[in-house]
Design a protein around this ligand. Structure first.
Ligand code: A3P
Ligand code: MG
Ligand code: MG
Length: 371
């Protein structure tokens, strides 16, 4: 098997000034409703509205028994993203050109790889009409989840399922379904008892660029600060919501700094300017909220932190890796992009000599072949 390796180390070659980056611009969006049905609209867009003072401190455990949880074990490939691209091309009458089309989660894994030796990832890629399409390898994702589920619970800590619920409960407590002036007071007050449902999502599809690579990325955004700007070219005030443990000691502070890399990369990729962090205690009581401007995070980590990561290196690494990837994935067939746990290399090797596997939906291929 002909494998191509991209060495992550040494990182010095990625330091220095930044590769060119283009500000992400939303070109389309889609939603999943509360039954996780796909909709080509912004119906699941949520509006940020912090918990009322009378609702704090909030118990993030409340309602765990009634959680409407998305079963995401099935393989959705790039289907929703490609359906949205087809609709966009129908509307505009022109091809959505990009070097790479993928989910934001895949790009986050690549961007954070220089500072995340420990974790691995597996993706599938294919080349079609001048673009590389990248999806997550679903079997690998499910196996990872199984490992997580079987991890021995830390003494005195709630289960992984309960802790994951805290994140969604926080989202429910911090958003409303419409602008504040159009939302009845009872709705805002009633959020504490609302059934938590993570099947509904709003996903933004953006065009962006890192170095010489043009990307189209789809990813979920949690909420909007105000409302979408009237002028389409203006940036959107997206909000990313995160919960994290209150920082009691140095170990937790370092852990938070490492988490900030993921928060930053994830938000940077879609152009989310603000992250709201909900600090909680170990029992899941939400204690306070903090607003962080995404663009200030790398500087803060360098200046005030332990310097466990460097945003410039992440960007330059991503620019260089994607340029290299374009020289490898440029023929018919399917490929695996893999980083093994604790490995300092990303391997890219061919899985199938021809076709596109299941990465591209037949709807998408047929649409494009017709053009
Ligand atoms: P927190 O990030 O507040 O823990 P996102 O922040 O990306 O919008 O994700 C929303 C929530 O989904 C997370 O909230 C967390 O509860 C859950 N979640 C996301 N990724 C997860 C993962 N890899 N494992 C477990 N839970 C996850
Ligand atoms: Mg989210
Ligand atoms: Mg979030």
């Amino acid at each position: 098997m002909n494998s191509h390796d991209y060495k992550i180390q040494p990182l010095q070659r990625f330091s220095g000034s930044n590769a060119a980056i283009r500000r992400p611009k939303e070109i389309a969006c889609f939603s999943y409703d509360r039954e996780h049905n796909f909709r080509l609209d912004e119906s699941s867009l949520s509006y940020y509205f912090p918990p009322l003072p009378s609702q704090m401190p909030a118990d993030l455990n409340e309602g765990f028994e009634t959680f409407q949880k998305l079963d995401d074990s099935g393989d959705e490939h790039l289907d929703a993203l490609l359906d949205t691209v087809v609709a966009l091309e129908e509307n505009t009458g022109s091809k959505c050109e990009a070097d790479i089309i993928t989910w934001r989660g895949m790009m986050t894994k690549i961007m954070t790889a220089p500072f995340d030796m420990l974790n691995g990832f597996e993706m599938n890629a294919t080349y079609f009409q001048g673009s590389i399409f990248i999806e997550e390898n679903n079997a690998y994702k499910n196996a990872q989840k199984e490992v997580q589920r079987n991890q021995r619970p830390q003494p005195g800590m709630p289960s992984q399922d309960v802790m994951a619920y805290w994140g969604y409960k926080f989202e429910t407590l911090a958003v409303i379904p419409d602008t504040w002036d159009a939302t009845p007071r009872e709705k805002i007050e009633g959020r504490v008892h609302e059934v938590v449902n993570n099947k509904a999502q709003y996903c933004s599809v953006v065009r962006t660029g890192i170095g010489k690579t043009k990307l189209v990325i789809g990813g979920e955004v949690d909420a909007i600060w105000d409302s979408k700007p009237a002028r389409k070219e203006d940036p959107i005030n997206w909000v990313e919501l995160k919960t994290t443990s209150e920082l009691f000691n140095d170990k937790e502070k370092l852990k938070f700094e490492r988490k900030l890399l993921k928060f930053w990369a994830q938000s940077f990729l879609l152009g989310v300017p603000r992250i709201i962090v909900g600090f909680r205690d170990r029992a899941g009581m939400l204690l306070r909220l903090e607003e962080i401007e995404t663009h200030t995070i790398p500087g803060k980590v360098k200046r005030d932190g332990r310097g466990s990561w460097d945003g410039n290196v992440s960007i330059n690494f991503t620019a260089a890796f994607l340029e290299w990837l374009k020289t490898v994935v440029n023929t018919d067939g399917t490929w695996r992009i893999r980083k093994r746990e604790k490995s300092p290399v990303i391997e890219v090797f061919k899985l199938e000599e021809s076709g596109h596997g299941d990465i591209l939906s037949s709807k998408f291929r047929e649409w494009r072949m017709k053009q």
